[in-house]
Design a protein around this ligand. Structure first.
Ligand SMILES: [Zn+2]
Length: 413
């Protein structure tokens, strides 16, 4: 068979996604498969079983990332690889992450059943803890693999219940022995849902992101003075939650004040002691800033520090700021982005150039070598929620583009 005539099996891809969606299924139709949970283990076991069924050589690294390797004609050449993540948000959807893993698996199965020989080896990967919602930050295993995060620091991260990452990794049996350390690769592709409304709005099937926005995370801790709310007059209070409220409004307005091209969000807050009749004496909240322009995002943070200080002073609440995590914006490899456009056109799928507002493991891969992503539409633009949904034919279209991009790169010598 001519290679250009190869297509993935859309039905089989759908069945794999449906099978995975049962693991951690929530009543409202989503999944909850938090990283290193029992559900994560169950999904990993199934994934490994599927890899072995098509004779892939399976390895697990020290961070628990799972790799499956299919040899090429020349195994000294750096491989082409593809994947995403199996873990989900709490009450997340059935497509985020898992589509990129099942899509890459469908590519591997298609190569296997058609006995396609490639020049280079082809690999599949499931990266541990992409979501970062149980153990912050996100994209941890790919970050360690890329040499951007420290392995032992990652092991020491704790969840809200005091459970430790390294111990949980061991508990589920996925603390591998292979060093979590990058090896040379020729290309990395990641298929993912768009997680936004643009493709649906444009009526296009394949999204071709030119790259990923920068991602800056901050943590703010405020100290107030607790007191009985009834007898304490309004004047002279040190209400940490009021100070936080003023700061949150400053975050909301900062993109417009900086001239746009940026989003800024407070998504998490803890208030202490969180009682209706005690003036709050402690607040922690997070700030997330994203832009294509790293410098603009940094200047926004400088502005926010001034705003925060003013709010802290007004309310007499000392604050502590932590600069938790920064990933620079990621322009993807132009060559691979070009392949995406070519393959989508050859396969008869409409496509649309865009940027990715969400962070992905592909950010870290792109720092080491050529990487690119393939997006498919999210129905209603919704993601990280149980109603997250995509059309099966779009999943198959994305996997077909992935198949032909992988083949193009894997046959380059
Ligand atoms: Zn994802």
């Amino acid at each position: 068979m001519e290679i250009s005539g190869l297509r993935v099996n859309g039905k089989r891809l759908q069945e794999s996604l449906e099978e995975m969606a049962k693991i951690g299924a929530t009543p409202a139709g989503g999944v909850q498969r938090l990283t290193l949970s029992d559900e994560d283990k169950q999904a990993r076991d199934l994934f490994v079983k599927w890899l072995k069924e098509i004779d892939l050589d399976v390895t697990i690294d020290e961070m628990g990332s799972i790799f499956g390797r299919r040899p090429g004609k020349n195994n000294d050449l750096p491989p082409v690889f593809s994947g995403s993540h199996i873990d989900s948000q709490p009450k997340g959807g059935r497509f985020d992450g898992i589509l990129g893993v099942m899509g890459a698996l469908e590519v591997m199965r298609t190569l296997h059943e058609n006995e396609v020989e490639t020049e280079r080896p082809v690999m599949i990967v499931d990266w541990t803890n992409e979501e970062g919602s149980r153990f912050a930050p996100a994209m941890v295993a790919s970050g360690v693999w890329a040499g951007k995060l420290d392995r032992d620091w990652a092991y020491s991260r704790t969840d809200r219940n005091g459970k430790v990452f390294g111990e949980e990794l061991e508990r589920i049996g996925y603390k591998g022995t292979v060093p979590a350390k990058a090896w040379p690769f020729h290309a990395y592709y990641e298929l993912h849902i768009e997680q936004g409304p643009i493709l649906e709005g444009e009526g296009k099937t394949i999204g071709i992101p030119k790259g990923i926005l920068c991602l800056h995370w901050y943590d703010i801790y405020l100290e107030g003075k607790a007191n009985q709310v009834g007898p304490t007059p309004m004047e002279g209070r040190n209400d940490a939650l009021v100070a936080a409220a003023e700061m949150i409004l400053a975050v909301q307005s900062v993109p417009a004040r900086m001239g746009g091209n940026m989003v800024a969000t407070v998504g998490e807050i803890q208030n202490y002691p969180n009682s209706r009749n005690i003036i709050p004496d402690g607040v922690h909240f997070t700030v997330d800033i994203r832009s294509w322009d790293d410098d603009l995002a940094l200047r926004a943070w400088e502005q926010l520090k001034i705003d925060f200080q003013a709010a802290a002073d007004r309310n007499g609440c000392p604050m502590r700021l932590e600069e938790t995590w920064r990933v620079e914006h990621t322009p993807f490899a132009e060559k691979l982005v070009g392949f995406l456009a070519q393959k989508a056109e050859a396969l008869g799928y409409s496509s649309h150039p865009m940027v990715s507002g969400a962070g992905h493991d592909a950010s870290y891969m792109n720092m080491l070598g050529d990487a690119a992503m393939i997006f498919i539409p999210s129905i209603g633009g919704r993601s990280h929620v149980e109603v997250e949904n995509s059309r099966w034919e779009d999943c198959a279209a994305g996997a077909d583009v992935l198949l032909h991009c992988v083949l193009e790169s894997a046959n380059e010598v």
